[in-house]
Design a protein around this ligand. Sequence first.
Ligand code: ATP
Ligand code: MG
Length: 191
Amino acid sequence: MKNIVIFGAPGSGKGTYSDEIVAKYGMGHISTGDVLRGEIKNGTELGKVAKGYIDNGQLIPDELMIDILAKTYDALPQGTGVIFDGFPRTIAQAEALKKMLAGRGHDMGMMIELVVDEETLMARLLNRAIEQGRADDNEETIKKRFEVYRNQTAPLSEWFENEGLRHTFTWKGSKDQMLAEIFEAIDAENN
Ligand code: ATP
Ligand code: MG
């Protein structure tokens, strides 16, 4: 399987679709948000640093994130393909990921972009706040995360397009439809 970068705003469904892709294709899955929340839960030094940024809706600094990503990647079994969920989020992270993979004889494979309007995103995240109680799922922090996404992460979409990797899927109200389109694109890439 080719590697996959899954890309989109907070609440766009990166984690949800990643789980579906993993269930169907048996790939590895790196969610940088989950990695960081695990560190916070375990009370590590890294977790303490990360918490300050996450609770403020800001990004963890690139150098730190790139280091975490490489360590997480190298700990996974090789050869099954990996989904990168929540990474890269900046151009610097994208360049670093490309270089890190090239150094191991691998590449990014394909990028899946999830496009969802902000009103839907906000509703989903406020609902998730009730269900999961994530500290950063409150209206004020969500607004900051949207702004960070618009300013720092969304410009990356074009970077992926220039790399010839981008596949865009726009939310039209049906998860099953979205999933069918995503599976079709993955199958076509791995024919
Ligand atoms: P969702 O999980 O619904 O897609 P999200 O994209 O906001 O929403 P996560 O990917 O779980 O959530 O990330 C949560 C927080 O963790 C981010 O707001 C950021 O502070 C930090 N984080 C995660 N990945 C990165 C990254 N690649 N670079 C910098 N910070 C990150
Ligand atoms: Mg997530």
